[in-house]
Design a protein around this ligand. Structure first.
Ligand code: AGP
Length: 614
């Protein structure tokens, strides 16, 4: 996923574009670049590495004054993260500059055609092929808009393209297919960006572009067509984020801010969704009650942390609705020839709404006539747009690459959907649903309580900074929590970490346990007697082999005390809701461990906030 900004207006294009790129740097930070149109020429500057590398060069350079420009932060797909591969890319004679997010799947064939026609391509990227094609259209007499329309018809794959031409100082032209692009409408200025964070300090009026559309912007207007040049419409909306929401609000890292925002994120996700008397109302649910009653199987598709949220949700969905529920890695789903038909509900969970693995799995499900329900945190993103219904998590913008508040709100959203299905299908009474909604509404306070007593977990992370590996054990809904705790430690502290179903330990993984190995154990509430007893036995098993046991257990659970080297107390909550409180110490542990190791918390190495390539 890359960050893209385009601008035309009365301000300094360089200032506006660089400011926008700073807000989008979380989308990718392998390289960055800008292109400005000034005095009939193109000024471009680009550098590998973070945006600060580009800023440094630009501060020494004398960029010409310009009111029209584009910019890009890159997450490498084709070609290493080098200056040469950084965007913008130019046409053969430097008349066109182009930035791109996505992947051109037929770029090799197009490259071959260009080289056969004498073009010399300087980079390894798929993007440069497009800049050459655009410029060839201009040289053949087309204007930039027509050139973009013609070139887009030749491209396969996913792309957001934004281009300027040296001899066209009035307009920026862009196009999108399977990749995000929004227009910002200012007073006598117009913006283009991958997401609204890039321009909300200038305007909150935005237009979301649809699939296979080309947009031409000038200072005062915008015009949308399809790839054939026919007039088309975008979807106008108002951005309700505060600028502060895109800043760190006093925290050192976005991740710390987002961990602290989790109580509010849960509350906002519940807001307005339960009417009096416990009857749920999910106004974004555009599937009819009859369609919901006909559902005979649910398949959750997602990646990474979102996949773990699906694993948690499975227990509640099956228990409350009695509908069989499978949870599948989106990247595996369509290759296993899944059994899907019109009575299957596929739930696609995606914070960004742009994860290509999940999007392609969703499309496969729709081809098989499944009903698709999206759970996403990003309004107007591709996955919700291509679903039959959507339930937005209202977690607010999540900037840190390591997902935290999105995870908790995805679990809450899944529980709301499960309760809604139970309500529509009559597998639960209204008062039972109301009681669970009441319990969910206690969760913000429960998470606040965990955060208020989290300091010992931070101290433990600093003490264990040199541990060679960390294991995580859980049972039932605690098992996905163990997986999520391990993923957080991998992606933030770059440590060997693994989550296991505790009952599986004796079938092999217990061989990993030796003196001093830290083992986190998520203990189910005592109310689930059998589960609880077995987990206490598992703690003894690993401790007998030298493990350092870090036990997460509810207040008042004294059965674990003799076997806990470290004891992290959790508020007493219902078993199915325990992931909402048990995950938080693991998030904080990983974040503090990464801090102790001096890592970049918000932008861990090799990662991007949303992976828009398969
Ligand atoms: C989470 O910490 C990771 N950054 C990653 O696993 C992420 O959850 C995954 O890529 C899915 O992203 P999505 O929710 O935007 O689809």
């Amino acid at each position: 996923m890359c960050g893209i900004v385009g601008y035309v207006g009365a301000q300094s294009a360089l200032d506006v574009v660089m400011g926008g790129l700073r807000r989008l740097e979380y989308r990718g930070y392998d390289s960055a670049g800008v292109a400005l149109v000034a005095d009939g020429a193109l000024f471009t500057e680009k550098r590998a590495g973070k945006l600060s590398n580009l800023s440094k060069v630009l501060s020494e350079d004398t960029a010409p004054p310009s009111t029209l420009g584009i910019g890009h932060t890159r997450w490498a797909t084709h070609g290493a993260a080098t200056d040469r591969n950084a965007h913008p890319h130019l046409g053969a004679r430097g008349r066109v500059a182009l930035v791109h997010n996505g992947i051109i799947e037929n770029f090799a064939q197009l490259r071959g055609q260009l080289e056969a026609a004498g073009h010399e391509l300087r980079s390894e990227t798929d993007t440069e092929v497009v800049s050459h094609l655009l410029e060839a259209e201009l040289d053949a007499g087309a204007d930039l808009t027509t050139a973009m329309q013609r070139v887009c018809k030749q491209l396969d794959g996913a792309f957001t393209l934004v281009a300027v031409a040296s001899d066209d100082p009035e307009r920026v032209v862009a196009a999108r297919r399977n990749s995000p692009l929004v227009i910002g409408l200012g007073a006598d200025e117009t913006f283009l960006a991958s997401d609204v964070a890039a321009f909300i300090e200038h305007t909150r009026d935005a237009v979301e572009l649809g699939q296979d559309q080309v947009v031409t912007i000038t200072r005062s207007e915008f015009d949308i067509t399809d790839f054939a040049g026919n007039p088309a419409e975008g979807k106008r909306f108002h951005v309700d984020w505060d600028i502060a929401a895109a800043e760190k609000a006093g925290y050192d890292y976005f991740m710390l801010k987002e961990i602290a925002e989790q109580p509010e994120a849960i509350a906002n996700t519940l807001l307005g969704r339960s009417a009096t008397g416990g009857r749920l109302q999910l106004d974004e649910m555009r599937l009819s009650d009859d369609e919901l009653r006909a559902v005979d199987k649910i398949i959750i598709i997602a990646c990474g942390t979102a996949f773990h949220a699906g694993l948690v949700a499975k227990y509640a969905i099956e228990h409350w609705t009695r509908i069989p529920c499978e949870v599948e890695l989106a990247s595996e789903f369509r290759y296993r020839d899944p059994v899907v038909d019109r009575d299957t509900m596929v739930i696609a969970i995606s914070q960004s709404g742009e994860t290509m693995d999940t999007l392609m799995a969703l499309r496969h499900a729709r081809d098989q006539r499944a009903k698709v329900l999206a759970i996403s945190n990003t309004n107007g993103s591709t996955i919700p747009r291509e679903s039959d219904a959507v339930l937005y998590t209202h977690a607010g913008i999540e900037i840190a690459v390591a997902s935290t508040k999105a995870f908790l709100t995805q679990i809450v959203a899944c529980h709301l959907i499960a309760l809604y299905l139970a309500q529509v299908r009559g597998t639960m009474f209204g008062d039972e649903i109301g009681a669970i909604v009441d319990e969910l509404e206690q969760m913000p306070a429960a998470v606040t309580k965990v955060l208020a007593t989290i300091e010992p977990v931070r101290a433990l992370a600093r003490e264990l900074r040199d541990a060679p590996a960390v294991l995580f054990l859980g049972r039932h809904v605690g098992y996905p929590v163990a997986l999520e705790g391990a993923l957080k430690l991998k992606e933030l502290a770059y440590m060997q970490a693994e989550g296991f179903a505790a009952g599986e330990l004796k079938h092999g993984p217990i061989a990993l346990v030796e003196q001093g190995v830290p083992v986190f154990v998520v203990v189910p509430p005592q109310g689930r007697g059998q589960l609880h007893e077995k987990m206490v036995s598992n703690i003894q098993e690993v401790r007998a082999r030298g493990a350092r046991t870090i036990v997460l257990a509810e207040e008042g659970d004294d059965a674990v005390t003799p076997y806990a080297d470290e004891l992290v107390r959790l508020p007493s909550v219902p078993t199915l809701l325990q992931p909402l409180v048990a995950t938080v110490p693991l998030q904080v542990f990983a974040c503090e461990m990464a801090t102790a190791k001096g890592h970049d918390i918000d932008q861990p190495r090799n990662l991007a906030k949303s992976v828009t390539v398969e």
